[in-house]
Ligand binder design. Structure first.
Ligand SMILES: Nc1ncnc2c1ncn2[C@@H]1O[C@H](COP(=O)(O)OP(=O)(O)OP(=O)(O)O)[C@@H](O)[C@H]1O
Ligand SMILES: [Mg+2]
Length: 270
């Protein structure tokens, strides 16, 4: 049985809510680190409108690992960009930690991106002329941390992701999997609430991809960081608490981990 987004509790009308409903509403808000309500995104290509998202309602619980899956062009990256504060919806609202991102000015949005969210991309997006250590220190320096403290913390995180022996290597002196580990370490630099990963395993071979998925799961469990991935990679199913299937700019269905059968090591979607 799959959980339909329609069955999720509607947003209460604050003006009419009874005290018990207020308490319930507050609990709901506290439990959800991301809420997307009626999100639409339309891109204009000259005269032509491309409806990338067609009314998405989506909630991510604090501390969960959720994967957004769907065919190419279905709207995964667009949704990912909305819930990561990288772009704003044409219609609808996105709340991150109960803050409506549309209400933030440029400086506040930059603060939110720097402190609350860590980003991991398919192509790693590391600075190629900088060492692993410098890449990981950079977000801390942006956040105003002293160099010595940033260095100590970057070393600690790089050790945690298994790169204690590669601190002074530059990206091109490392394997793809090691580069993605540096990207994971960089994403953790400012102790984010949410880690957003767009196709984090797409440029990696199967075994290396599995190691990165294991690392994300470990970060989720040990640090309590909420993980949101957009992915084509069915290996990600096994790691996720829930899977949101996107089709034609809408959430088709949301499945929990229990609703996915595991047969002889392979994942089967019911
Ligand atoms: N900047 C843009 N301008 C115009 N159209 C866009 C833009 N970005 C995305 N689109 C369109 O919006 C739709 C959704 O794109 P999106 O990148 O979200 O898909 P996706 O599910 O991430 O695909 P993939 O798996 O290939 O990465 C596609 O039809 C795409 O062509
Ligand atoms: Mg994409």
């Amino acid at each position: 049985m799959s959980e339909s987004i329609d069955k999720q509790r509607p947003e209460p009308d604050a003006a009419q809510a009874a005290p018990e409903a207020d308490a319930q509403d507050e609990a709901l808000r506290a439990a959800n680190v991301v809420r997307a309500l009626g999100v639409r995104k339309t891109y204009y290509m000259g005269e032509e409108a491309v409806h990338a998202l067609n009314g998405v309602d989506f909630r991510v619980k604090r501390g969960e690992y959720i994967s957004i899956m769907g065919p190419s062009g279905s709207g995964k990256s667009t949704l990912f960009n909305m819930i990561g504060g990288l772009d704003k919806p044409t219609e609808g609202r996105v709340y991150i930690d109960d803050v409506d991102i549309a209400s933030l000015d440029t400086v506040e949005l930059a603060w939110l991106r720097c402190h609350k969210i860590g980003y991991i991309f398919q192509s790693f997006n590391l600075i190629t002329v900088a060492t692993a250590l410098d890449n990981v220190m950079l977000p801390m320096t942006f956040a105003g941390m002293q160099q010595a403290d940033a260095q100590d913390k970057a070393v600690e995180i790089l050790k945690k992701v298994g790169l204690g022996e590669r601190l002074l290597h530059k990206p091109l002196e490392m394997s793809g999997g090691q580069q993605q580990r540096v990207a994971c370490a960089r994403a953790l630099a400012n102790d984010p609430t949410i880690l957003l990963a767009d196709e984090p395993t797409a440029n990696l071979d199967r075994a290396t991809g599995e190691q990165i998925i294991d690392l994300l799961r470990e970060i989720n469990k040990t640090e309590g960081v909420t993980i949101i991935t957009a992915t084509h990679d069915h290996k990600m199913l096994a790691a996720s608490d829930r899977i949101a299937w996107v089709r034609d700019g809408k959430i088709d269905r949301i499945q929990s981990r229990d609703e996915i059968e595991i047969k002889e090591g392979a994942m089967h979607v019911s």
